[in-house]
Design a protein around this ligand. Structure first.
Ligand code: ADP
Ligand code: ZN
Length: 649
């Protein structure tokens, strides 16, 4: 069974035929993309991109968004995590004379962004509650001198009395609203302060606004337009495909062993392990620490100061692995996270996408591994059934079913993820692709097994329970009968007297649960949504039993890891390049030294992508270094000579 995009009220990244990305006008119609001026390297935007940020090429839609805002028009940009949203307002800010204001809800990120800009020689500053009086005053002085090009403000600061007048006197020319979904009460991170942005709009009707977000259901998108008063804005929606991420889902058998197997491929590389409970994060972090891995737990139960400290240490590479609940993520902008492990089942497909999306923002190959347990699924289902609100129960139940179908399905992970977001996976020429070649299902396709006996036992058990009791029961109870469990309900209902009681003792409960869901997706069984999702036999299932037809099903998820051949194949598919690994390591340790001295995170000095490119081409002159992505004017003059020295060894 294929995953279908959910109905539009819940989710709706709408996609229209075309290439890797689409440009929609405000009426939702496809309009023509702007002429590609990137053909000539002399075009002013590309030149500025290289000079100020060191990049040679725009990521999808960056150029179009920048051109739209430079033309003085509003725009709404929906780019996935790692899509390069910041650049969409930072670069136009440099092309203007006046001040660019960036409204951002995340105080920790403001500092990172400003530090990164300063590293590139771009004058930026922020004002929020974390600054002391002296620091604030100094920033104001610089602002009045006209020294600042980009100012970051929290929404609370923006609403301080007199701020609008001040902005007017500072020649405000452009406003970017980061994390724009915060304006919507339908989004996952509603911030009431964002509502006051409309007042800013009314005060500066001629200043163009760029709203940016990575998460946009139709509902949220409508809200953003309305709340920010930007009805005529064009919407730019990038593909949600993350080409550098590999997805793998394996049954959780011995979780710590499996975690260490992943870690073995990521020596000294940053990663996140997501767990469902606070206690679990502590336990897993302890196990890692005992084995000498620099790990720490992160969850909402920790004091805020400790959470901040750990986040900071993670960004600074002092903590290698963060073991976290979903409290960790938003506000983590670390581009070189190389792996994300889900120790427990995520809440739904959207959460899975967002959480795995924190890996590989810099575009280098990164790994996402989900340790799957159908026991988790059963627990979640119980939890959901206890919710008092019926709609909530239904939505959560449906989302869980979709997640299980995704996890247990044998289709290419990338194809099914994108389909969930309403997007078809396509190549550069717009031709549909059915296999990414880099996920577990593409690299190690699962066998079909003869499941005739399994199907017979299962179906007859469902029939017998119904005949005996006069009602149907849920999947978990059927499996309990098959495996001969002895709980109160089984005794009370007399299900231990059935001839099918205990006939499935030879298989684990989790295996029976898996096959039960397979029989549902094959249409031999079905769930009845009107009656608490009890399991019923379909007419086809009845025939299979009566006529003793043979049934084949997919084998459960593959438990083994990838062979080194497959790992190489995977890396190649994700766009890994060949480089001198010894030189790369030397460059990395040089970078640690520089970052320590300057007190900035290592990735701000140079990204891993830039260091790999250097280790691949090994330039011997400043001119050679200049051509490498990530080396702009400022960084060339600061670090060029030192890099050449490291290269020559
Ligand atoms: P987002 O906010 O959309 O998740 P960011 O703005 O944090 O993405 O960018 C993610 C990473 O990609 C950053 O490290 C950034 O420097 C890098 N990046 C952005 N644009 C480009 C580009 N055109 N070429 C290369 N790297 C880029
Ligand atoms: Zn695939």
């Amino acid at each position: 069974m294929q995953l279908k995009p959910p109905s539009s009220d819940e989710h709706s990244h709408k996609f229209y035929p075309g290439l890797a990305y689409y440009l929609l006008d405000s009426m939702g119609e496809v309009s023509e993309t702007l002429p590609d001026m990137g053909l000539f390297s002399t075009d002013p935007l590309t030149a500025k991109l290289k000079e100020s940020f060191g990049f040679s090429k725009f990521r999808p839609l960056q150029r179009e968004i920048i051109e739209e805002t430079l033309a003085g028009r509003d725009a709404l940009a929906i780019l996935p995590t790692g899509g390069g949203k910041s650049l969409c307002y930072q670069l136009p800010a440099l092309m203007r004379q006046g001040l660019t204001l960036v409204v951002s809800p995340l105080i920790a990120l403001m500092k990172d962004q400003v530090d990164g800009l300063l590293e590139n020689g771009i004058k930026a500053a922020y004002l929020n509650s974390s600054l002391d009086e002296g620091e604030s005053k100094e920033t104001w002085r610089q602002l009045y001198r006209g020294d600042i090009r980009i100012l970051y403000l929290s929404p609370e600061r923006l609403m301080v009395e007199g701020m609008f007048d001040t902005l007017a006197s500072l020649n405000l020319e452009f406003v970017a609203v980061d994390e724009a979904h915060c304006v919507s009460s339908w989004g996952h991170d509603f911030r009431p302060e964002y509502r006051s942005l409309k007042a800013l709009r009314e005060r500066f009707p001629n200043v163009p606004v760029l709203a940016l977000t990575a998460s946009a259901t139709e509902r949220v998108r409508v809200d953003i337009r309305q709340m920010l008063g930007m009805d005529d804005a064009k919407t730019f929606i990038a593909s949600f495909n993350r080409p550098s991420l590999s997805y793998r889902i394996i049954p959780r058998l011995s979780p710590m062993k499996q975690v260490f197997e992943v870690l073995a491929d990521h020596k000294d590389e940053s990663g996140i392990i997501y767990c469902l409970s606070r206690a679990k994060t502590e336990a897993v972090a302890d196990d890692l620490l005992k084995k000498g891995v620099k790990a720490a737990a992160y969850h909402a139960g920790l004091p805020a100061a400790q959470r901040d400290k750990r986040q900071e240490q993670f960004v600074q590479d002092e903590i290698q692995v963060m073991v976290a609940t979903i409290a960790f993520g938003m506000g983590v902008d670390k581009p070189d996270v190389r792996f994300v492990i889900h120790h427990d089942l995520p809440k739904n497909i959207e959460s899975y996408y967002q959480e795995t999306g924190r890996a590989g923002r810099d575009g280098l190959p990164s790994e996402c591994v989900l340790l799957y347990s159908s026991g988790d699924a059963a627990k979640l289902r119980q939890f959901i059934d206890q919710a008092s609100d019926q709609t909530e129960r239904e939505v959560a139940g449906r989302q869980l079913t979709q997640l299980l179908q995704f996890a247990e399905g044998s289709e290419c992970r990338r194809v099914s993820l994108l389909r969930y977001f309403g997007e078809e996976y396509k190549d550069d020429r717009g031709k549909p692709i059915l296999s990414c070649g880099a996920c577990d299902n593409c690299l190690t396709p699962r066998d079909e097994v003869d499941a005739t006996e399994i199907a017979q036992k299962f179906i007859s058990c469902v029939l017998r329970i119904n005949k005996h009791s006069g009602f149907s029961v849920g999947l978990a109870h059927i499996v309990d009968v098959l495996t001969g469990a002895q709980h109160e309900k089984i005794k009370r209902w007399g299900h231990d007297s059935l001839s099918t009681y205990g006939v499935g003792r030879g298989r684990a409960k989790s295996e029976w649960l898996y096959y039960g869901r397979e029989l549902i997706s094959r249409g031999l069984l079905r769930t009845n949504p009107e009656r608490f999702n009890v399991i019923e036999v379909t007419p086809e299932g009845l025939q299979v039993l009566k006529e003793r037809r043979s049934v084949t099903l997919r084998a459960p998820l593959v438990t083994s890891g990838l062979t080194s051949d497959k790992k190489n194949e995977q890396k190649r598919r994700l766009g890994a390049i060949d480089y001198d690994t010894a030189l790369f390591e030397r460059l990395r340790s040089w970078r640690v030294g520089v970052a320590k001295k300057k007190g900035v995170p290592a990735y701000m000095v140079f990204s891993d992508a830039t260091l790999q490119a250097i280790a691949a081409s090994q330039p011997s002159s400043l001119g050679g270094l200049e051509g490498i992505s990530g080396i702009g004017e400022k960084k060339l003059s600061l670090y060029g000579e030192a890099l050449l020295e490291v290269i020559s060894g």
